[in-house]
Design a protein around this ligand. Sequence first.
Ligand code: GUN
Length: 297
Amino acid sequence: MTATTPISATLIDGKAFAADLRARIATQVRSMKDNGITPGLAVVLVGEDPASQVYVKSKGRMTREVGMNSYEHRLPAETSQDDLLALIGRLNDDPDVNGILVQLPLPPHMDEAAVINAIDPAKDVDGFHILNVGRLATGQKAMVPCTPLGCLMLLRDRLGSLSGKNALVIGRSNIVGKPMAQLLLRDSATVTVAHSRTANLPDLCRQADIVVAAVGRANFVQGDWIKPGATVIDVGINRGDDGLVGDVDFDAAARVAGAITPVPGGVGPMTIACLLANTLTATARANGLPDPQGLTP
Ligand code: GUN
C-alpha cells in the first residue's frame, strides 16, 4: 500500500450514530416526563484540568438537550476526600439524581478507588464501581462503561454478530481496555488484550477481524498491521500540533481496513451519548420500569 492507494474503508460515522442515539434517548425522556419522571445526572469535577473542564461542559449541555436535569458540582483542587465523599453521599440519597459521574483524573491526594466505590452502584453511570465491574465480568445486569459501550454499538451496527470473530483490544485500562474485552467476550468474540509488554503486536494485529485501539499514543497502530477488510475502532484522542489524532495511523489503515472510525467524529461522540443512555437506564431501573430498548448490551 502506498500513499496513492485510494482509501477503501467505509467510514464509521460515530457522530451521526451518536446524534441518532441522543434523539432516541430524547424521545424516551419525553415519555418518562409524561409519567412524572425526569432523569437527572450529577457530574462532579474536582480541580481545573482543562480537558476535564471541556468534557464536563459538553456533558452538561447534552444532558439538558435530551431533556434531562443536569446538576454540576465544581470543587476546588484542594477539596478534602472527606468533603468529596460527603457530597457523593448526598447525591446517593437525592431521589432527583439518577446518575452520578465523578470526572477522572482526581487530584493526587485522593484515592480514586475509594471515591468511585462510594457511589451508589445503581447510580454509577460510568460503570466503574467494583460491583458493576464484577457484574459485567460475570454476565449479570450491570452499568457498563460508556466508551466501550459506544464501541460495541458501532461494532454491532457494522458487523451484526461478533460471534467467532478475532478481536484485538490494544490497551488494558479499567476505563476502556478491560471492559471492552469483557463486552466482546460476552458477544462471543475470541478476545486478545494487548498492552505495552505484548510481544509481536503487529503479528497479533494482522490476525484480528476487529481492532480496538486504546493506548493513548498518536498514530501507534500502523497500516501494515491491519488485516485486509478488518473493522478498526480508534479510541485514541491525542492532542498534537495538527489537532486531534487517534491511536491508529488513519491514512494508512483506511487503505486496508474494511471499516474504520475517524478521529474526531468516531468513538468520541459515542461516549457522551452512552452516558445519557446509562442515565436513562438507571432512571428506568430506579422506577421499576423495563430497561430502555437498545441502550444496554
Ligand atoms: N475521564 C476520562 N474518561 C472518563 C470517563 O469515561 N469517565 C469519567 N468519570 N472520567 C473520565
